[in-house]
Design a protein around this ligand. Structure first.
Ligand SMILES: [Zn+2]
Length: 341
């Protein structure tokens, strides 16, 4: 059962929404942009493994990306890439960093030197070893055999990065590998571990448990960057030129900058609301947030969205879960179809 599962996270979508909703000169903008760059680069690094894992022609692999589980001591741990095989498990921590990467196992740090500047990061070897330990505990907790061999590596995904071991060169060379060496390592594991430990049934069960227990990262970014809800920019962005806000004219959104008009531009705005502010919204909040003058106008939009709601007519709250970016592509497409621009 060759299967690849990409587990979701909200961090990237939330950072993108936040950048749309704060002033250009907001003091937190640079830090938010830096976080987004780092996430995008990490995503790219993980995707770069796809090319190599696509050569695995055996039918008994399950490849999981971005899996986040609860550990036995109630903390979440995330594994960049996990390869499940009946005979062994492989855990990969992917680093897509440029420049010179100095691995210091004595003081447990990774020092990145790029453009004449040094930046210090957590030791990825320690990180991956800890994931290894937590994952083993997780297996034990669900009564799976813990004698399954687990191998873990730190993958340097940037081909142009220079790897410099500051100490323990011998053990580092076995633990830190380039993407290009991944297949060799997997083939080695295949030939070393020929005994089946997990049956196909158990592999399926583990995969089902991953899907059931994955807890997507969903950070409270307003708290993290010390931004108040009332500081967020309100209104509907123009899908054509990104200007804010569009004006509601006869049931359409009209851009005052480029004159583009749309019937569905508010969907993206409500998605931002869902990501950054709240998972429910009232008629009053819709009017304030989307800049709609009338109760009837806001009602029309809410009715068209067909959202589940709670409470009586006067204090009704609408649930925005269907605008979850990981579920809403279909909804937005069908809504757009019924409301042609
Ligand atoms: Zn425009």
């Amino acid at each position: 059962m060759k299967q690849k599962i990409q587990f979701k996270s909200y961090t990237r979508e939330k950072l993108e929404a936040l950048l749309r909703r704060i002033e250009l000169d907001h003091p937190a903008r640079m830090e938010i942009e830096r976080s987004l760059r780092s996430i995008k680069s990490g995503d790219w690094g993980e995707r770069s493994l796809d090319y190599y894992t696509s050569f695995l022609n055996m039918e008994d692999y399950v490849i999981c990306q971005g899996l986040r589980l609860l550990s036995s001591n109630n903390y979440h741990f995330q594994i960049d890439t996990l390869l499940l095989h009946s005979n062994f498990i492989l855990i990969l921590e992917v680093k897509n960093m440029a420049g010179t990467l100095k691995f210091d196992t004595k003081y447990n740090q990774l020092i990145q030197e790029v453009g004449g500047r040094e930046e210090v990061y957590k030791d990825p070897i320690q990180q991956v070893n800890h994931q290894h330990y937590q994952f083993l505990k997780w297996l034990e907790n669900f009564q799976f055999p813990v004698n399954i061999p687990i191998q873990s590596y730190v993958i340097v995904a940037n081909d142009r990065a220079k790897i410099v071991p500051l100490n323990n060169e011998e053990s580092l060379s076995k633990k830190v590998i380039r993407t290009t060496k991944l297949l060799d390592c997997i083939h080695n594991l295949q030939s070393t571990h020929q005994k089946e430990i997990l049956s196909t049934k158990q592999l399926k069960k583990i995969t089902k448990l991953f899907i059931k227990h994955h807890k997507p990262a969903n950070p409270d970014l307003l708290k993290k960057y010390n931004i108040k809800t009332q500081d967020l920019l309100t209104g509907v962005h123009c899908p054509q030129c990104a200007s804010l806000p569009m004006k509601r004219v006869h049931g359409k959104w009209v851009c005052l900058t480029c004159k583009f008009s749309s019937k569905s531009a508010h969907l993206k705005a409500l998605q931002d609301y869902f990501l950054l502010i709240n998972s429910t919204i009232t008629n009053h909040q819709v009017r304030e947030y989307l800049h709609i003058n009338s109760v009837a106008g806001a009602n029309y939009i809410l009715k068209k969205l067909n959202l589940p709601h709670q409470g009586t007519t006067s204090n009704r709250t609408y649930l925005l879960e269907s605008l979850d970016p990981h579920q809403s592509t279909k909804l937005i497409k069908s809504h757009k179809k019924s409301l042609p621009d």
